[in-house]
Design a protein around this ligand. Structure first.
Ligand code: SAM
Length: 243
């Protein structure tokens, strides 16, 4: 079972720390995109968290079920009004079965990289496919690894620099792991948090989808369906289970 990185401390400030991801300009295109794919069916969110996506999707009348490893994140979801219709199973989304099938499964906000081995990521695709009806789709939103911007011999890139927060990603290209180091300054106190991620290439994800019996249907650089190019920093990929 992977380590639960989203403990009470992280869950307590998740929504506040992710404010920009709750901005309607960011959220609405994602929910539109996912609602279109779910159609008149239902949706399974892998890593449902505090319901950032699941809640607005459910408000559109789509039945949503989620899997999450973190009881603390699920507790934050449950504290929000309107979540009674959302089912949640606490467990690892690489292996946990919820006993139902869906027209859509999705895994957003780079969460595939929380699985830190290739085996776990492969299992996650197999698990998503096992929950899909024929013709159903699996959607992932994840960053493109930034190795083009990492000069030879260097291993660290800053991802956040402000007077009260510092963030650095430390790359290990041999193991395809990156460690995100967060430092939060609160007066004289420094709070530190580090977590490992496995960065993964689009083509590698396509191969994982094939192993799970799915094929790439669409790949975009954002939820507004702009083209995916060699400059894209992120991708939204859709794999389909054959009808
Ligand atoms: C970055 S948050 C994203 C939450 C939500 N999807 C969103 O977009 O706001 C990642 C979530 O995935 C969960 N998670 C990470 N690894 C997991 C795993 N192996 N199995 C189940 N949940 C996992 C975490 O507990 C956390 O709630």
């Amino acid at each position: 079972m992977p380590k639960n990185q989203f403990d009470e401390r992280i869950a307590a400030r998740y929504d506040k720390d992710s404010t920009e991801m709750f901005d309607p300009a960011v959220l609405d295109p994602a929910v539109d995109f996912l609602a279109d794919l779910a159609g008149s069916g239902s949706a399974l969110e892998l890593g449902i968290g505090t319901g950032r996506i699941a809640l607005p999707l459910s408000r559109r009348g789509i039945r949503v079920h989620g899997i999450d490893l973190s009881p603390a994140m699920v507790e934050k979801l449950r504290a929000k009004p309107g979540t009674d219709d959302i089912g949640v199973t606490v467990g690892d989304f690489a292996t946990t079965q919820v006993g139902d099938t869906f027209s859509l499964a999705y895994l957003v906000f780079n969460t595939i990289t929380n699985l830190t081995t290739q085996d776990e990521q492969v299992m996650c695709f197999a698990n998503a496919a096992a929950h899909l009806e024929p013709g159903g789709c699996f959607v992932i939103e994840v960053f493109v690894p930034i190795l083009q911007r990492l000069p030879p011999g260097e291993t660290v890139r800053a991802f956040h620099l402000s007077p009260t927060r510092l963030g650095f990603d430390e790359y290990d290209v041999a193991t395809q792991l990156l460690f995100s180091h967060h430092y939060r300054l609160d007066g004289d106190r420094v709070e530190r948090f580090s977590a490992p991620f496995r960065y993964v290439w689009p083509a590698e994800l396509d191969l994982m989808a094939r192993l799970a019996g799915m094929r790439l249907r669409e790949r975009w650089s954002n939820w507004a369906r702009q083209p995916f190019t060699s400059d894209s920093v992120c991708h939204i990929s859709v794999w389909e289970k054959p009808a």
